[in-house]
Ligand binder design. Structure first.
Ligand code: DGT
Ligand code: MG
Ligand code: MG
Ligand code: MG
Ligand code: MG
Length: 284
């Protein structure tokens, strides 16, 4: 770029690099999806097509950005996780967040017609997403973050399933259903579902109860229960995880070749992480 008298404006740009050696989670969330789900008549409490579309968009993001380790989605949100050894965009927050948000949104809009062939998108009701980056200092806290989202999924889904059973099957008004549920605990909701509607919550689809986890599958999962314990963060006893440029390129190649899978499983217990040790080790 030529050196002009306007060049000085560059000095107004502020660095926003995220701290090294930390886990980075970029969480995106649908803007005004309450209205959007009404507008396009999403089924209540869960619209399988809408969730499958969210997952398809998340798979696109994972394929586009090999630096990503894992993603977890529920409702209109998705959390994308970068490893502490990641140096994509020199860990600049705005670059990471905007790249994920725009890649996700573009893919969501592009694939909309595949999942909703009978509901063309309207220019005045386009799906958009916001996003933010949060850093977590170790694997234990990263896992607690993931657990927090999955517990949220369970609590909201049990509430929504019971609420909409009361309204759609029980003939209650929204206000009456809300009143009925206020102050209830999980076991009360399970009981309402079973005794009044013959619904066994345990038999509801896993995608609704557990949300969706997206990651790269490299080899057969470790089926033994003696797999490396991952509750102690592997990086806590290891030297700094920084990788050379060549190492990073090699890892990206391996990751690009790996199959990206979508599952609806428990990510709170150790088992999920112990069977897939490459997730927390970040190798490859
Ligand atoms: P925001 O995020 O502050 O811009 O506002 P919203 O409206 O996106 O609110 P949020 O993100 O807290 O809640 C997600 C909304 O999306 C919630 O009102 C329910 C709706 N939604 C998400 N998935 C489904 C679905 O599968 N079926 C239906 N009927 N609604 C859904
Ligand atoms: Mg939001
Ligand atoms: Mg939202
Ligand atoms: Mg949301
Ligand atoms: Mg550019």
């Amino acid at each position: 770029m030529a050196n002009s008298k306007f060049e000085y404006v560059r000095q107004f740009e502020q660095p926003d690099n995220l701290l090294r050696e930390t886990w980075i989670v970029v969480r995106i969330d649908g803007r005004g999806f309450h209205k959007l789900s009404d507008r396009y008549k999403f089924e209540k409490p869960n619209d399988r097509r809408a969730l499958d579309l969210m997952n398809a968009a998340a798979v696109s993001v994972m394929k586009d950005l090999p630096d990503l380790i894992i993603a977890y989605g529920v409702s209109d949100e998705y959390s994308f996780v970068f490893h502490p050894n990641c140096d994509l965009f020199e860990r600049r927050s705005a670059k990471l967040v905007t790249t994920i948000v725009s890649t996700f949104t573009a893919s969501y809009v592009h694939q909309w017609a595949t999942f909703f062939p009978d509901k063309p998108l309207e220019l005045s009701n386009l799906p958009t997403f916001d996003g933010r980056a949060v850093q977590y200092p170790n694997a234990r806290i990263l896992r607690d973050y993931m657990s927090w989202r999955q517990v949220d999924c369970h609590i909201n889904n049990l509430y929504n399933t019971t609420f909409w059973a009361l309204v759609l099957k029980g003939g209650l008004s929204n206000v009456e259903a809300e009143k009925e549920l206020s102050g209830t605990v999980s076991s009360d909701k399970n009981e309402i579902l079973f005794s009044r509607f013959g619904i066994n919550y345990n038999n509801e689809d896993e995608i609704y109860k557990k949300g969706s986890v997206v990651y790269r599958q490299y080899q057969l999962e470790d089926q033994s229960s003696t797999a490396t314990a991952t509750t102690q963060a592997p990086e806590s006893q290891a030297p700094p995880t920084e990788l050379s440029k060549t190492q990073q390129e090699k890892m990206r190649k391996l990751r690009r070749k790996a199959q990206v899978v979508v599952e609806h499983v428990d990510i709170i217990k150790d088992d999920f992480w112990q069977r897939r040790p490459w997730l927390l080790s970040g190798k490859p």
